[in-house]
Ligand binder design. Structure first.
Ligand code: CA
Length: 219
């Protein structure tokens, strides 16, 4: 369930973009300023669509900051040739850029491709499981598995990490994304237990004191 951050100060354009890239299970946050984007980035995201000319600064600055700590895909939304030149001369690591005005279908394809490259596929086939996050459709060997919303988010965070340990704090952030109420760590343990009951114990490993890791049974 990819988290997408859209930084664009033209509210009408932002709305159109959000509609074009929307999919079941994708969560899109819209920010109109660099300041708002920095606050939003306190939570992990999977992709950022980044306008260059923003009311409180330049999108390139934010990308530079991001690259100090993150490999998150960045797609720039540029308004003119000058901005494209800026990007061409910019070595801090945007992944792609798209020039305004753009066709929403083209933008959609670029976003889908960037998410795939980043390992955020909507459908994953693992060990007889079929996890279709876009349609909230989960099965093993054709037999349906019913997962709650928080179980789906936990599963996504673990399988998209591909065997890397996902720290408890990251999971807490990613599963309870509304961020308004305090979530105690016990809620995470309970969700892990339920998911293990539904998928089989072997797949979700506890890394004591750190977090959890997905491991394929036949790996
Ligand atoms: Ca702008």
């Amino acid at each position: 369930m990819p988290e997408i951050l859209l930084v664009e100060d033209d509210a009408a354009l932002a709305k159109g973009v959000a509609r074009a890239i929307a999919a079941e299970g994708r969560h899109i946050t819209i920010c109109g300023t660099l300041g708002a984007a920095r606050r939003a980035l306190e939570r992990p995201a999977d992709l950022i669509l980044l306008d260059i000319g923003l009311p409180d600064g330049n999108g390139l600055t934010l990308c530079k900051e991001l690259r100090l700590t993150s490999r998150m895909p960045v797609i720039f939304l540029t308004a003119n040739d000058t901005e494209e030149d800026e990007i061409a001369g910019f070595c801090a690591g945007g992944d792609d850029y798209i020039t305004k005005p753009f066709r929403l279908s083209v933008l959609r394809a670029r976003v889908d491709a960037a998410l795939r490259r980043a390992g955020c596929e909507d459908v994953l086939l693992i060990d007889g499981f079929r996890f279709d996050f876009a349609h909230a459709d989960f099965s093993r060997d054709g037999k349906q598995i019913s997962l709650s919303r928080s179980e789906q988010k936990l599963l996504y965070a673990l399988v998209s990490a591909r065997g890397r340990i996902v720290p408890r704090e990251t999971l807490l952030d990613r599963i309870w994304t509304d961020g308004l109420e305090y979530v105690d760590e016990n809620a995470l343990s309970v969700t892990v237990r339920r998911l293990r009951q539904k998928l089989g114990k072997a797949y979700i490993q506890t890394v004591y004191g750190v977090g959890y890791r997905w491991e394929n049974a036949n790996a």
